[in-house]
Design a binder for this molecule. Sequence first.
Ligand code: PLP
Length: 421
Amino acid sequence: MELSPRGTKMGGLSGIRTIMEDIGIAASDSSGGTWLNLSPGNPADISEVTDTWRGLQQEALAARFPEVSGRYGPSRGSEGLVDAIVRYFNRRYGWSITPRNVLVGTGCQMLAFMATTIFTGTYPDGPRHLVLPSVPDYTGYQGLNLEAGGIVGVAPGVEHLEGRLFRYTFDLEAVRRQPSMGMMLLSSPGNPTGRSIEPDALAGLIQIAEERDVPLFIDHAYGDPFPSVAQDLVEPPLHPNVINGFTLSKAGLPGERIGFVIGPEEAVDVLVSFTANSHLHAPQLIQATVERALNTGVIDTLTTEVVKPYYRRKRLVAEKLLHEILPDSVDWRLHSTEGGMFCWLWIDHDWFDDLEMYEALKRKKVFVVPGRHFFVPPFDSPFLAEHATRCMRLSLSPDESVLAEGIRRFAEALEEMRAAR
Ligand SMILES: Cc1ncc(COP(=O)(O)O)c(C=O)c1O
């Protein structure tokens, strides 16, 4: 059977999915020794989080199973959950949104995919691209577009901060110069960098969205209000050109595939129809569970008292380990953080190659994510051509002992790679 061009595009595995296959193979490796996985996008396994969701899910199951699992429901999301979202956000941010501003979906990735499909592709006046206004950004975005070459990543600026820290900045003029733009998309706090978009850059992107009459999709997977793994919180902006994406994945429910968007009515209405046409609606037992978490305020206790402090502590631990273990003589740098669940490292040497490091670490039974998967090829700016292959992402979710031993093996591999050149 011959695949269509879209079939070929969507049937291919992006770089990071290949890594997940490698991890699957490692799980059945019987050669001895312990594999250390410093790559997971999964949130950490925190017992308070698991217990809280288990309790809420059991209550929903006991009270509402026939009503929610035994019947189809509305494509926008169950009335109870949509109302709970409206009340929660209006109370928290002083907004006055209504159910028409909300769509519940099967996670933020799917919601971003639907928005990309609606706002990018071939228009009568030519192609309109999905623009990532500052790469690196979440590698999952590279699978969102149905057409090959439909995604453009804009190169960032770089600020060198004190010590080994650095920070990417937005090059708003480069974003503005993009010739064909259907939608902009970014994560904040970002995966992999941990950067939260600052108010000036946000205002600049919103202005570009207005000028081009396109949506800016902001993915708050790690941000406010939950899981709230962010230090300097920038409130989600309510604006006619902004679609805000939220998920419960990083607050402990990645396997349940539940998230929602809040945005302008016209855009949300189209996304509701897309939902009806493609998969009718999101699963409803988990919607009933999340409705309880919002109405009771449990979600806030969970995020502010458990998840947020957990990741703040893990980040401090990881920074300390990196400083203690990585060789002083290697020019390694760490992206400053305002949140998120990762450390983003830049090894600024011409002997360093992220894919070679990935293979070298695999030989030492460690998984990390090579940096290039977070940039959008082709790497055609002189900065990206060099930089995109010199970065690695480490996850903060593994246990401290795994982090420490993984970083130790990484240091060893760095020394070996340098010696071999
Ligand atoms: C920035 C970002 N957005 C979205 C997702 C996926 O979210 P969901 O599980 O809601 O589809 C991830 C998962 O790693 C992510 O890092």
